[in-house]
Design a protein around this ligand. Structure first.
Ligand code: HEC
Ligand code: HEC
Ligand code: HEC
Length: 442
């Protein structure tokens, strides 16, 4: 009896093991001799460059101060640090020996040439939606870059996560493999935008909240997420933007600046920067699709006219005044401190009459970083300022990290939130400030 039970158990474990390896096992693709420049035509390379821009390949695959596409950038995840790899055509340390089929499999299934599973820190759950033709163009673009010899550092992942075959299980649960399927009920532009945003653009990887295993929650698509210590605001109808995200506003923002939404300052900035070579029609299509996610609505449900009237009253009215009736004496004193700091540090540019190079900044009442549910972005913007991409002209805001104590910053932001935000105070503001400053200092 016991013997039989034991035997049964052993058979079961073996079967499960074999089943798992059958599921996880992927064959290696034969290495090829790196194809020369002449193997690819110019049109495909140019298209591949724009598509690689929409896919942010250079953003993740370039280390600080390193060669473009040579990898080695540490990508922090809740599970540990994963390093991007070298995707230049170097035969030893890059993808020089990868056939197009091996490259396509990595984009579609998250499996490397040698058959090992890749981690979804590489956004293949989105890239899987790209067409064969677009993947071929990106391959042509990458294989014609200058080969760079560079080995990525080893990932820092705890056991058992450092066991790559486990990703086969993850894929079974969360990977929806295969190219994008257009929705026949939508316009051509909408479908083009959905294809790019859901696929190569991988917008959801930052703007959608994730579950405990790091997969995007399908029931809360675009409800807001986190990226590199920043809040990636919701893009659905719960968008915290006071002015609705229209197609026009989105197209402006994705090209650099919109009069009602300002510009990208954090991890969104390189997304915008690398999209600059994309055809205007593609940016417009992404805008069409993303605008449809919110249906032109925002969480506050105020009309655009009301938002503009409020912003004008705040920005062009008499020098900021604190309305005090509903708050205690202690709070009022704090607000007064904040108000003084605002007048001294910010009002020259952010209040009426500020003369600036390039443009008057967007009204603070329009900014999601002031009205949104999470104070992180505002704290980071004030500490670090806003700087145009290296070597390019653009709006500049100085950082105030060296000028304000934690307490001053808190008082200032309580004031900014109350005066310009028209929203309830953030509970976790003080802790957020200490957190961000603590980790910046270390
Ligand atoms: C969000 C960051 C991120 C973006 C954006 C990104 N990658 Fe990666 N990629 C990674 C990481 C991290 C790895 C390593 C994963 C691992 O070790 O399992 C990787 C691995 C790869 C690999 C496997 C290489 C190898 O040697 O195993 C290929 C191919 C690749 N990426 C191509 C691309 C292309 C093409 C794009 C743009 C369309 C792109 N990646 C965009 C983070 C990114
Ligand atoms: C690497 C993560 C990341 C990716 C990928 C990303 N975003 Fe963002 N996005 C952010 C963050 C973080 C912010 C907050 C502002 C900032 O970074 O300046 C943001 C801000 C935005 C905003 C402004 C929202 C508001 O209310 O102020 C829009 C619109 C937006 N992103 C659209 C997109 C679209 C469209 C895509 C895909 C093409 C995309 N994002 C891809 C991280 C990302
Ligand atoms: C020298 C001028 C200058 C000063 C001083 C300044 N800013 Fe700015 N600020 C800018 C510019 C320029 C931008 C970016 C352009 C835009 O958003 O339209 C900006 C953007 C911002 C944004 C982001 C708006 C968006 O796009 O979402 C916030 C928030 C902000 N500033 C807050 C402050 C606060 C708080 C202070 C005082 C501590 C301050 N700024 C001081 C010039 C300035």
């Amino acid at each position: 009896m016991w013997k039989r039970l034991l035997l049964g158990l052993i058979v079961l474990v073996l079967a499960a093991g074999i089943g798992f390896f059958a599921l996880a096992w992927r064959s290696a693709y034969d290495p090829i001799d790196p194809p020369g420049r002449t193997a690819f035509d110019d049109a495909a390379i140019a298209r591949g460059a724009a598509l690689a821009g929409i896919g942010d390949c250079a953003v993740c695959h370039t280390a600080a101060g390193g060669e473009a596409y040579a990898g080695g950038l540490p990508i922090p995840t809740p599970f540990g640090t994963i390093y991007s790899t070298n995707i230049t055509p170097d035969p030893e340390t890059g993808i020089g020996r990868w056939s197009e089929a091996a490259f396509r499999r990595s984009m579609r299934e998250g499996v490397a040439r040698d058959g090992s599973h890749l981690y979804p820190a590489f956004p293949y759950p989105h890239f899987t939606k790209a067409t064969d033709e677009d993947i071929r163009a990106i391959y042509a673009f990458l294989m014609t870059r200058e080969p760079v010899r560079a080995e990525a550092p080893a990932n820092q992942l705890p056991f058992p996560l450092n066991f790559r075959p486990l990703m086969a299980g993850w894929n079974l649960l969360f990977l929806d493999e295969g190219p994008f399927r257009p929705d026949p009920n939508q316009s051509e532009a909408w479908n083009r935008g959905a294809y790019l945003a859901e696929g190569l653009g991988h917008c959801g990887s930052c703007h959608t909240p994730v579950n405990a295993l790091g997969a995007e929650r399908k029931d809360r698509r675009y409800a807001g997420g986190v990226a590199e210590g920043w809040h990636a605001p919701a893009l659905d109808a719960s968008s915290p933007a006071p002015m609705p995200w229209t197609e026009e506003a989105l197209a402006n923002y994705l090209r650099g600046w919109d009069p009602h939404h300002g510009l990208a300052a954090g991890p969104m900035a390189p997304v915008v920067e690398t999209m600059k070579d994309a055809p205007a029609a593609d940016i417009a299509a992404i805008a069409t699709y993303v605008a449809s996610l919110s249906g032109g609505r925002t969480a506050s449900r105020r009309s655009a006219d009301q938002v503009v009237a409020f912003a004008e009253e705040r920005a062009f009215g008499p020098v900021p005044q604190v309305d005090r009736p509903k708050i205690s004496a202690v709070q009022a004193e704090g607000l007064q401190d904040g108000e003084r700091l605002f007048v001294g540090a910010c009002a020259t540019c952010h209040h009426e009459g500020g003369a600036l190079p390039y443009t008057r900044p967007v009204e603070l009442s329009f900014s999601s970083s002031v009205t949104g549910p999470d104070p992180r972005n505002l704290v980071r913007i004030v500490l670090d300022g806003i700087h145009p991409p290296e070597g390019q002209p653009g709006p500049i805001m100085p950082g105030f990290a060296g000028a304000l104590t934690d307490q001053q910053l808190e008082a200032l932001l309580i004031y900014v939130r109350r005066h310009f935000g028209n929203a309830p105070a953030w509970r976790e503001l003080g802790a957020t400030i200490r957190d961000i400053r603590g980790s910046d200092a270390s």
